[in-house]
Design a protein around this ligand. Structure first.
Ligand code: ATP
Ligand code: MG
Length: 616
């Protein structure tokens, strides 16, 4: 386990919620965690929108700012909890008038505008199901997801509708209503309705119908990093996990100003960009604009952001503009004094990025791990605890994790229905979680076979390979489908990519196995260079030697190719399966989630787009 430990020797400015990890784990129960939630008045169940909005609107927090929306033009629109209660009630009434009921799917295809938040929470109030789509998807991925989700209602803009939906409408007979946001009552194209006009006519009070904790609330498509995206079903009870995990892993306090850079089209932007922080009654910063290093530092400074949840890809882009070796002119030209806690999710966080945070921003980055399927953070580095850079941290209280012995294919070995839990530290195996946490997905919609395949012997199998050290910290090795078998070794691409990232010339790397008659596979790295460095033969030799020194000859790449345009998913992750397919001349498979150059620079999903900085 490489790297230095970052010790939290000076107490943080704000006392962390979780102070003693062992004590908190020992005393935790999900039923007690549930008590922090109010529940619908009159014991009528549990509804996410009530917990996130109405309970605050009925309290002294009604006038507190729930959303501070920074527009593309830098204008700032503030929405209070009271405002949000009224607008979400209006939207729930709109759905009622349209005859859209319990369990029916409302899909959003919107940028990060205030209306998105109204639609999400209003849909939940109506006990309908919200399915967010990332607005940069092209027409085919949009139509595919509208079909897969059985969409009844789509809420979008006139421009997105014309570009991405109108041409496919005939193939979507189940889509009964399309509501157009913005532009006033006259802006709705033929076959659509004006959201603004419907809202203006609707009443701003609404009583939420009884909601069972197990009622379906959200449908989230996965990032599609390793294959066709799956629609994961989540229920209202997930709110218990959203609330408590944000308290532990993001250390949310009531007076925080909080910014999650993920787009609500992805699970992070929903669970931790909307639900969890609003449940905590905080002020949430929403940036409608695109990634730009200067813009992001300015938002952190001007909005006085205290807790920031972002992604490795975004951090790597900021690192391109300001290497750890300095100078730190750009970040230092902003007052980041309000910032007290930084967390990251979505991909392995290279140790270099953790240290970059410490040195450049004055705060280390706390990595945490979870998936669309888990619905909330499962494993995390915590505010009160030391950080081991490169480790995802330890399971949160209430989360039972294990490493399962892996078989030939890299996945957990299942023999006669049984798996083997690996107790010894340092052994690589599949990460598994014991079902029972409230935000666990209830299945992939319309895909029982895939759902069943995700469980064995009472465990949920994550598809990720990890190892646990002797102190219980988890280290990401790779996705089971991404790891490389070379000359008898199992090599995680992340370890190789992280080592390359320590070289001053490297901005980003993607590592794959290339079949080889002798070794089985050899390690091949695709490397994007920082501005000012050239892709020469000498640079290649230097990188090969550098990684051999760091990793040893068995693990170091044998081949290096330069590629300034590594493929990423729209949620910002390096798509190794595509690098491999292209290298081997294989079919590219489902590329609906591939970030493309037309849209790559227009949003910050789990983290940030790649194009702006790459071309810099
Ligand atoms: P698909 O399942 O469609 O291939 P995906 O797995 O990328 O897509 P998500 O649910 O968005 O879809 O991402 C979860 C995955 O992201 C995890 O299983 C893991 O592989 C990776 N991941 C998330 N956080 C971390 C982290 N902190 N360290 C390492 N990997 C992470
Ligand atoms: Mg996955």
């Amino acid at each position: 386990m490489r790297g230095e430990t970052i010790r939290k020797t000076t107490p943080p400015r704000v006392a962390p919620n979780l102070r003693d990890y062992a004590e908190e784990c020992a005393g935790f129960s999900w039923s007690r965690a549930r008590e922090a939630l109010r529940g619908l008045p009159g014991s009528r169940g549990l509804n996410i929108a009530y917990e996130a909005v109405d309970r605050h609107a009925a309290s002294a927090r009604a006038a507190a700012v729930a959303l501070r929306c920074v527009g593309r033009d830098d204008s700032v629109t503030c929405v209070t909890y009271g405002d949000l209660a009224a607008s979400t009630a209006r939207f729930a009434n709109v759905l009622g008038r349209l005859g859209v009921g319990r369990g029916e799917r409302v899909v959003t295809l919107l940028g990060r505008c205030p209306e998105l938040y109204t639609v999400v929470l209003g849909t939940l109030k109506n006990t309908s199901v919200l399915c967010p789509l990332f607005s940069a998807f092209g027409p085919d991925p949009v139509a595919q997801r509208l079909r897969l989700s059985d969409a009844r209602v789509l809420v979008t803009t006139a421009e997105l509708y014309r570009r991405k939906v109108a041409g496919q409408r005939d193939g979507l007979p189940g889509l009964r209503h399309v509501l157009i946001v913005g532009g006033g009552a006259d802006a709705a194209p033929a076959g659509t309705l004006s959201f603004d006009a419907l809202m203006a006519d609707a009443d701003d009070t609404f009583t939420i119908a009884p909601t069972a904790p197990d009622d379906m609330a959200l449908l989230h498509f996965t990032s599609g990093t390793t294959g066709t995206p799956k629609g994961a079903v989540h229920v209202h009870e997930a709110a218990v996990a959203h609330y408590v995990t944000a308290w532990y892993a993001l250390d949310l306090h009531p007076d925080d100003v909080y910014w999650c850079t993920a787009d609500p089209g992805w699970v992070t932007g929903m669970s931790y960009g909307i639900v969890a922080p609003l449940m905590h009654g905080l002020t949430v910063v929403v940036d409608e604009g695109d990634y730009d290093a200067r813009r992001w530092y300015r938002i952190l400074a001007e909005q006085r952001v205290s807790v920031w949840y972002t992604a490795p890809t975004a951090l790597r882009m900021l690192m391109r503009t300001t290497p750890r070796t300095g100078p730190y002119d750009l970040p230092r030209s902003f007052d980041l004094g309000a910032l007290r806690f930084i967390a990251s999710v979505g991909e392995p966080l290279n140790p270099e990025a953790v240290l970059w945070g410490r040195d450049v921003l004055g705060l280390p980055v706390h990595d945490n791990w979870w998936q669309t399927e888990t619905g909330s953070i499962m494993i995390a580095n915590l505010a009160a605890c030391d950080i081991r850079p490169g480790s995802m941290g330890r399971p949160l209280p209430g989360v039972a994790a294990a490493v399962l012995r892996r078989g030939e294919d890299g996945r957990a070995e299942v023999t006669d229905g049984h798996v083997t839990v690996v107790e010894e530290p340092g052994v690589e195996g599949e990460l598994a979680l014991r079902p029972g946490w409230p935000s666990m997905f209830r299945g992939y919609l319309h895909d029982e076979r895939r759902t069943a395949a995700a469980f064995a012997d009472g465990w949920y199998l994550t598809g990720d390979l990890v190892r646990r050290d002797a102190d219980g910290w988890y280290w990401f090795v790779g996705r089971a489908d991404d790891v490389i078998k070379s000359a008898g070794h199992l090599i995680g691409p992340f370890e190789v990519e992280s080592a390359l990232m320590e070289h001053p010339a490297v901005a980003e790397a993607g590592v794959i196995g290339r079949p080889d008659p002798v070794a089985g596979n050899i390690v091949k790295a695709f490397v994007a260079l920082r501005p000012g460095f050239d892709p020469t033969a000498a640079m290649r030799q230097d990188l090969l030697a550098f990684s051999r020194r760091r990793l040893g000859p068995a693990v170091a790449p044998r081949e290096i190719a330069f590629d300034q345009h590594l493929p990423h998913t729209r949620s910002g992750k390096v798509m190794r399966r595509l690098l491999r397919a292209r290298e081997l001349g294989l079919p590219e498979g489902d590329i609906s989630t591939l970030e493309d150059s037309a849209h790559g620079a227009c949003a910050s999903p789990r983290g940030a787009p790649q194009r702006t900085e790459r071309s810099a």
